[in-house]
Ligand binder design. Structure first.
Ligand code: ATP
Ligand code: MG
Length: 479
């Protein structure tokens, strides 16, 4: 019996008891019941005020506020924790929507105040403590407006605008629009996932930075340069970017712009929350195949003339290479983020094989890898086409890719890396990411054709090392 008086034994028993008590609290949901009862008890000491948001007004027209509150409430995470929430399928495949049930009560927090909503038949009832009402109600309703507008914006159909040749006093404006239904997303594009994630977080932080840009006296815009050989996914990336942001696309065809002031006009006639695109800018600049001058393009890139500088715009320029482009075009501020689109490497090939052929692995993969290591490469577009043409027979598809790499693709990987070594552009300071500039992707390696064999070795190293984007634009292992 003396063991019962042993302090170590007592300590052990206490631990076991506390552990079991915790398990019981968590597993049985007792903790939630206690919290709920405590809330009910607390409520007895507060005076509440109720506000009704009816679905229809007195002339039986829809009340817009009802729609906004409904959209807002259905987006709250507390809907998931609430009892009796309805589940529906959405428009997109595998999409599940959460919808309030009649008589369901849902809780929200705003500026430290607890707000309850009751979904009655044809009414949404807001319940707020009288003590909080004066401080919170107006900003809370404003907040609902903003959030539901944003959510509606995300749901609306996107548009693609293209510029047409202007006719003097054309009152219809210079843009013609069609629905934008390009299915490309960041998930469908084969590129380093690290680069994709950096672009996504860069865009998200840009969208949140309205006040910041305003305080700095800067136009609220972000400019991306996508550069790389043909068929590497630049245009697909623009579509993915527009889909990610739910922004309309304004695609400027410089050959249809009559002069500098015409280009200004196009920018003035674009709307906020849009992606403004100029493809193949290097070609227009080098061939001088546009009536717009370099200074006209520089002013356009500065975005000074947008109808309101407080409205966000994303600008995207594409180029095959930036070697011969005037440095003024590429300087930070005009181009904030440089993204390199390389020819296919083995990692990108595997992504394509997975999405085009449903192949995670195959006995021919080691052979494909070896060919890539020897410096051969094709663009993802070329490899994608071969896979689509042979999609019923993965083995045949892989054999045709191998054959194409051995014949057409020989040395293109080495050529690519050589080209990259001469690509220049503003060198970036580390830590500038966020509001500064960045180079995303692999670039800046030094290699020549004689080092083709060695290149295989470098490439293995690089694919491991260059997981992150390089703000300095240099890949150390490449020299
Ligand atoms: N990285 C990639 N991942 C997935 N598909 C790709 C990729 N690159 C190209 N493709 C496919 O190849 C086709 C052509 O790609 P895209 O038009 O985006 O290339 P691009 O870089 O804009 O070429 P160009 O410089 O000639 O305009 C598209 O159908 C796209 O699906
Ligand atoms: Mg393109």
């Amino acid at each position: 019996m003396t063991i019962l008086y042993n302090p170590f034994f007592l300590l052990f028993i206490t631990f076991v008891f506390l552990f079991l008590f915790r398990v019981v609290l968590i597993k049985t949901g007792l903790i939630f019941t206690v919290k709920k009862k405590w809330r009910l008890f607390e409520d007895c000491f507060h005076v509440y005020q109720l506000f009704k948001v009816p679905k229809f007004n007195e002339s039986m027209q829809r009340n817009q506020l009802y729609h906004k509150v409904f959209v807002y409430l259905n987006s709250l995470t507390s809907v998931e924790d609430s009892d009796f929430t309805n589940l529906f399928t959405g428009k997109k495949p595998n999409e599940i929507l959460l919808r309030l049930d009649p008589n369901q009560i849902i809780e929200d927090d705003f500026l430290g105040a607890k707000i309850l909503w009751i979904n009655e038949d044809n009414n949404l009832v807001l319940k707020i403590r009288k003590a909080d009402k004066r401080r919170v109600l107006r900003p809370y309703l404003q907040h609902i407006h903003t959030i539901s507008d944003d959510l509606d914006e995300k749901k609306r159909d996107l548009k693609l605008y293209v510029n047409v040749v202007g006719h003097g006093d054309d009152h219809k404006g210079r843009w013609r629009c069609v629905p934008f239904t390009h299915p490309s997303t960041f998930e469908t594009i084969a590129m380093e996932s690290d680069v994709k994630n950096k672009v996504k977080s860069d865009l998200e932080s840009f969208l949140k930075a309205k006040q910041y840009y305003h305080r700095l006296g800067r136009v609220w815009k972000r400019s991306y340069l996508l550069y790389g050989p043909s068929g590497t996914g630049k245009s697909s990336f623009i579509a993915a970017l527009a889909n990610f942001l739910s922004y309309d696309v304004y695609d400027i065809d410089l050959s249809k712009v009559s002069d500098d002031s015409d280009l200004k006009l196009l920018l003035l006639q674009s709307t906020a929350k849009s992606v403004i695109v100029i493809e193949d800018l290097d070609r227009y600049l080098s061939e001088k195949s546009t009536a717009v001058s370099l200074s006209g393009i520089l002013n356009f890139m500065d975005g000074m003339l947008t109808s309101s500088c407080s409205e966000e715009r994303v600008m995207v320029f594409t180029m095959n290479g930036k070697d011969h482009v005037d440095q003024a075009v590429l300087r930070p501020g005009r181009i904030d983020v440089h993204i390199h689109f390389p020819l296919c490497d083995f990692t990108a090939f595997k992504t394509l094989a997975n999405s085009y052929l449903g192949l995670k692995d195959h006995k021919l993969f080691p052979q494909v890898e070896e060919i890539f290591q020897n410096g051969s490469s094709l663009s993802p577009a070329e490899i994608g086409e071969l896979m689509i043409a042979n999609r019923n027979s993965p083995s045949r598809a892989l054999k045709s890719v191998i054959h194409a790499l051995q014949t057409d693709g020989d040395g293109r990987g080495a050529l690519n890396i050589g080209r990259r070594s001469t690509e220049n552009g503003p060198r970036k300071l580390s830590g500038e990411m966020g509001e500064g500039s960045g180079v995303f992707g692999k670039e800046g390696a030094n290699a020549v054709k004689e080092f083709k064999k060695l290149y295989g070795l470098l490439r293995v190293k690089s694919s491991r090392k260059s997981q992150s984007f390089d703000l300095n634009g240099d890949r150390k292992e490449g020299g």
